[in-house]
Design a protein around this ligand. Structure first.
Ligand SMILES: Nc1ncnc2c1ncn2[C@@H]1O[C@H](COP(=O)(O)OP(=O)(O)OP(=O)(O)O)[C@@H](O)[C@H]1O
Ligand SMILES: [Mg+2]
Length: 151
């Protein structure tokens, strides 16, 4: 499914729809956020993390690689792999310790080993003054989202 998002409020609203459609237990889910620089990945992630109950700031994880959050449904890890050039670097991040949480991953293609375990892939593209978002459900767990999001 592809949806047009005319402005950043629309990006936030779609992230909120996704939060509502997510299964009750979000532990172990992996969401891939793809798109060029400035396409809106962090905007989407920020709105999603807030819609799941986080009230504080949501800084970009570009330099820290991982920003952790604790919401009623459990841990969320907002991850940005832009600066990762070798998948091996992820070992030092304690990647496996992130297994219990909901992983939201920007620039996932920097770590191809990760994309094969993903549940949902969202791709943002520039379209005029807005963006389009392409939604692909990749696992059984994300099938429930399919009808809710029409994807
Ligand atoms: N649907 C939209 N239409 C127009 N502008 C948007 C839309 N969604 C987000 N934006 C704007 O586009 C910019 C996106 O920045 P953001 O940091 O979210 O991008 P990013 O994909 O995370 O970039 P990076 O690859 O550097 O991490 C912000 O200025 C935001 O306000
Ligand atoms: Mg970003």
């Amino acid at each position: 499914m592809t949806k047009f998002l005319p402005d950043d409020d629309a990006t936030g609203a779609f992230a909120t729809d996704l939060a509502t459609a997510l299964p009750e237990s979000i532990g172990g889910l992996t969401l891939l956020l793809r798109g060029e620089l400035g396409a809106g990945k962090s905007t989407f992630a920020r709105a999603l993390i807030r819609a799941l109950g986080h009230t504080g700031p949501v800084p970009s994880p570009t330099y820290t690689l991982v920003e952790p959050y604790e919401v009623p449904e459990g841990p969320i890890y907002h991850i940005d792999l832009y600066r990762v050039s070798d998948e091996e670097e992820l070992r030092y991040l304690g990647w496996t310790e992130l297994d219990e949480g909901f992983r939201i991953v920007e620039w996932p293609d920097r770590a191809p080993g990760l994309t094969c375990q993903a549940d949902l892939s969202l791709t943002l593209r520039y379209e005029g003054d807005g963006r389009s978002i392409d939604v692909v459900c990749l696992s059984e767990r994300s099938r429930a989202l399919k009808s809710a999001l029409n994807c």
